[in-house]
Write a protein that binds this ligand. Structure first.
Ligand SMILES: C[S@@+](CC[C@H](N)C(=O)[O-])C[C@H]1O[C@@H](n2cnc3c(N)ncnc32)[C@H](O)[C@@H]1O
Length: 308
């Protein structure tokens, strides 16, 4: 794969804020679970001291090629998805990591490369897998799902009020010919809901992306894996880009930070909070960043510190 300059592949979001909140010890061990084009990792690496260590992970092989081209050799790169990360980093003992970054979703490269099928704006095969070596493509999913399941998928992951109408149109169209390309799917959506086509296009493509990559299941597993790896006073920083992701991150952090008691037991036991939320409110990009990088507009950074 031809590598691009860093900003053409992906412009890192909330870069300064990530470094500020994540780096508590320049000689610590850090893991970037979503190294992507290497933007955040590059800055983290530049700030590390002599004994500092950084590992970058991503499930996408193309991202790792790009990251290798911009990161120094001291950064180790590993292909892994969140749910396999504990196995992939076996040598990293639980409770030893200083900071973990999860910058969720896709990179600009995914959206800009027509062959990946992530964008309804460019013509390409309906793939949408972040790791193209495994799993079901979006075209295969669309061909397989029943009408009720397709409606549920567009409702749950796309939050589109016209999900049923769109799902019906997809099912009708695929009886004539399989929906194998972004253009074919975009045409069906536009025809079925012409008045709100732009919103629905974005929502259906988001729904397919979430389903194909099991993004929400992966996120839940990634948060738990990350928490397990962190040492006391270690920090987990997560950037989310839509409400479905953010709800999972917010609830996870609240649960870790909440001292609750088990009310139904005969002798209520105190549950001691295991974390301290560092960002009471999510950290969001300022106007200047949004103007420079419109894709940053929905970003929310949340940070939690492990107690111990
Ligand atoms: C927003 S981009 C990260 C960009 C990066 N921070 C940078 O500065 O270039 C998100 C990256 O996370 C990866 N990713 C998303 N879900 C993943 C998962 N479950 N496991 C591993 N990588 C994942 C994607 O392949 C993508 O490269």
């Amino acid at each position: 794969m031809k590598t691009l300059n860093e900003t053409a592949f992906h412009l890192p979001v909330l870069l300064r804020q990530v470094a500020e909140f994540l780096l508590t010890d320049v000689d610590g061990t850090y893991i970037d679970f979503t190294v992507g084009g290497g933007g955040h990792s590059k800055l983290i690496c530049e700030k590390l001291g002599k004994s500092g260590r950084l590992i970058g992970c991503d499930r996408d092989a193309e991202a790792l090629v790009q990251a290798r081209s911009v990161l120094s050799d001291r950064v180790r790169l590993v292909q892994s998805r969140f749910s396999d990360i504990r196995g992939a980093l076996k040598e990293i003992a639980a409770g030893t990591v200083t900071g973990i970054l999860m910058d969720l979703g896709v990179s600009s490269h995914h959206l800009d490369d027509p062959s990946r099928g992530f964008s309804h704006r460019t013509a390409g095969a309906l793939d949408l897998r972040m790791d193209q070596s495994t799993g079901e493509k979006a075209a295969e999913l669309l061909a397989r799902l029943s009408l009720p399941d397709l409606t549920d998928l567009i409702t749950m992951y796309g939050e589109d009020p016209q999900a049923r109408r769109i799902a019906r149109a997809i099912v009708k169209e695929r009886e004539q010919s399989p929906l194998a390309t972004t253009e074919a799917l975009a045409k069906v959506i536009t025809k079925s809901v012409p008045a709100t086509a732009n919103k629905s296009l974005a929502r259906v493509f988001q729904a397919l992306r979430i389903a194909v990559n099991d993004e929400l299941g992966e996120l839940e597993k990634g948060l738990e894996a990350g928490w397990d790896l962190l040492k006391p006073q270690g920090r987990l920083a997560v950037i989310s880009y839509h409400s479905l992701e953010d709800r999972i991150v917010k609830n996870f952090m609240r649960e870790k930070a909440a001292p609750t008691s088990a009310a139904f037991e005969p002798f209520p036991t105190e549950h001691i909070a295991t974390g301290r939320i560092i960002s009471r409110k999510p950290i969001t990009p300022d106007e200047e960043e949004i103007e420079r990088n419109p894709r940053a507009r929905s970003a929310k950074l949340r940070v939690i510190e492990k107690l111990g």
